[in-house]
Design a protein around this ligand. Structure first.
Ligand SMILES: [Zn+2]
Length: 233
């Protein structure tokens, strides 16, 4: 056991040294079996202990990864503070619907963590680019990004992950419920969902739009309608 511990400490120290040499670059310093272990280390780094002196010259966070709880850190001392890492990112993905014949298919904006689910490292949140393609004669624009860690995100996994995220706006609520098949293609179900969650104004707007369209309004059309009204209400 003591040998293992010493090995871990040496690897941790070496990782910290190499992170210090690459200012602003996030490095994975360690993986812990528990959240508690990783949080202790994050606290030590953010408070400038040992390898991480002086206080304020390092940033660290802990994130779930495939083999436990990873601690990622970057050295930010000796220069201007780099842009902070946001917690979440909103991306447009292609959604094929759940039925044959692509009924209800379209582009969904979903919110996911900026942390790669495999290694916990930052995703390419600051390198999101529009990706256009044609499908059945229709032009579609979704988002594409590359993660610095090299792990690739696929839309199906991003969609599944988005279902776990918290919703703040009526538009996010509808999109998440639709992706999770909690509501169906028709916008009246979106309106009912909004009412159930206390968004009475947005629910009334959607019902009005359903009426305007003579009863033919899909959930994703309602989403678009709310987005055009003003950034998700
Ligand atoms: Zn990764």
């Amino acid at each position: 056991m003591p040998n293992t511990l010493t090995g871990h400490r040496a690897a941790f120290h070496a990782a910290a040294e190499s992170a210090r040499e690459e200012r602003g670059t996030w490095r994975r310093l360690a993986v812990y079996p528990t959240v508690r272990g990783s949080r202790t280390t994050v606290g030590r780094i953010n408070h400038g202990k040992a390898d991480f002196r002086p206080e304020g010259s390092w940033e660290a966070y802990s994130a779930a990864c495939e083999d436990g709880q990873a601690v990622w850190a970057r050295y930010i001392g000796g220069g201007p503070r780099p842009a902070p890492l946001p917690d979440t990112m909103a991306v447009r993905i292609r959604y094929d619907g759940e039925d044959r014949g692509y009924q209800g298919a379209g582009v969904l904006t979903v919110t996911v963590s900026t942390r790669c689910p495999r290694c916990g490292g930052p995703r390419g949140w600051d390198k999101v680019r529009p990706y256009r393609f044609a499908h059945d004669g229709e032009h579609i624009t979704v988002d594409a990004w590359k993660n610095p860690c090299g792990h690739e995100d696929i839309y199906a996994a991003v969609l599944a992950e988005s279902r776990q995220e918290r919703r703040d706006t009526p538009v996010e609520l509808i999109q998440a419920a639709y992706a999770a098949r909690e509501i169906g293609v028709h916008a009246s179900q979106a309106a009912n969902l909004l009412s159930r969650n206390g968004y009475d104004d947005a629910a009334a707007l959607v019902r009005g739009e359903v009426k305007n369209r003579g009863g033919n309004c899909t959930t994703l059309q309602a989403v678009q309608f709310l987005q055009e009204l003003g950034g998700g209400c």
